[in-house]
Design a protein around this ligand. Structure first.
Ligand code: PLP
Length: 372
């Protein structure tokens, strides 16, 4: 049996360290924010190459607060993508603004920078690219367009902790970057968690206040805020895990490299080659035909796979009020129909990767023969 990801394998390796850190929080009584969260914030800001990190209770909250701090509100439009988890869109709607989708680049599967300018209107306030699957979006082009039009850039880096280009890391390109520490993410808490990173002291102060009921001091509520604080226990867990993130990223790159080698030249669509700009939160292959059959067959052989994401946000019933229809974002819709995500986690052995690759080749050949 090869699981899609193995949270227990990661925990086993770190159990003594994590348990000691969690016990220290339990004994300290610092259950919300506190010293462990503050320490993690400093370490995570340094990891990202940002001045500040603000710990919150989820990646969704991080996006919501980053948007509010940028002044995004009712009547504003935010240019973003539909090829993502729904949280990206939800956060824009929470802020009272409207998401305007552009298609993705068919090679990188991230925001098609060439499509941004035609989506900009006088109401556009921000651009919110997503580093899908852990691959950095085309930040150079996005920042150039944003600066030309006076727009704020907020990165959805929920899948891309540590992805880098030109010595800069995810989250440090835009005005702010938003991270999720959902357990399955590349850096995961033992529960919910998220963070905003920014190098603006002003944004840092605003976001800190908003996450804690808009308080400037205790019971002094200067703005309407939220209960979006990070738990002390999550800060402690994340502080321990952050020390291993660099090596986990290397492990993911090793697995991705091995998959590429083993699957190449067999008619299977592979993700575009990548260097440091990809941290492989997801390794997805493209199967234009018979994806579901391959998935079923792999499952019968004890290999878990996933669809990320089977239906793009603009076609989800919950967001039908936005008025998008099938056919409007062709590359996004094709990606949603064709990708199959293979198991990937740093603890995966070469033998496991080989077993998956071998099964994928056999199953897709069999399905191809059937469809032909
Ligand atoms: C996970 C994720 C989020 C939301 O993070 P939560 O911590 O689950 O709220 C937002 N955007 C993307 C791209 C994600 O993958």
């Amino acid at each position: 049996m090869i699981p899609f990801l193995d949270l227990r394998a990661q925990y086993r390796g770190l159990a003594p360290e994590i348990e000691e850190a969690v016990l220290a929080v339990l004994r300290s009584g610092e259950y919300i924010l506190g010293r462990r969260v503050a320490e993690f914030e400093q370490d995570f800001a340094a990891f990202c190459g940002s001045e500040h990190a603000i710990g919150v209770n989820s990646g969704t909250s991080a996006l919501h607060l980053a948007l509010l701090a940028a002044g995004v509100g009712p009547g504003d439009e935010v240019v973003t993508v539909s090829a993502t988890f729904v949280a990206t869109t939800a956060a824009i709607l929470y802020a009272g603004a409207r998401p305007v989708y552009v298609d993705i680049d068919p090679t990188t599967w991230t925001m098609d920078a060439a499509a941004i300018e035609s989506a900009i209107t006088p109401r556009t306030k921000a651009i919110l690219p997503v580093h899908l699957h852990g691959r950095l979006a085309d930040m150079d082009a996005i920042l150039r367009i944003a600066s030309k039009h006076g727009l704020t850039v907020i990165e959805d880096a929920a899948q891309a902790h540590g992805a880098e280009r030109g010595g800069k890391r995810a989250g440090a390109f835009g005005e702010s970057g938003c991270f999720s520490f959902y357990p399955g993410k590349n850096l995961g808490a033992c529960g919910e968690g998220g963070a905003v990173v920014t190098s603006s002291s002003e944004r840092d102060a605003v976001i800190r206040r908003l996450r804690d009921w808009g308080q400037a001091a205790r019971y002094e509520h200067v703005v309407q805020g939220f209960n979006y604080r990070m738990d002390g226990i999550q800060g402690a867990v994340l502080g321990v895990k952050l020390r291993h993130l660099e090596s986990w990223i290397k492990g993911r790159r090793r697995v991705a490299g091995l998959y590429r080698e083993l699957l190449a030249g067999n008619g299977i669509g592979l993700p575009a080659p990548a260097g440091l700009d990809h941290v492989w939160h997801v390794f997805a292959i493209r199967l234009p035909r018979g994806r579901a059959k391959v998935r079923d067959e792999l499952s019968r052989r004890g290999i878990a796979t996933g669809f990320h994401y089977p239906c793009p946000v603009h076609l989800q019933p919950a967001y039908s009020e936005l008025g998008y229809r099938r056919g409007q974002l062709l590359e996004t819709e094709k990606l949603a129909q064709e990708t199959l995500s293979l198991p990937i986690y740093p603890e995966m052995t070469a033998a496991q990767v080989e077993e998956v690759a071998d099964a994928v080749l056999k199953c897709s050949e069999a399905v191809d023969a059937e469809v032909a």
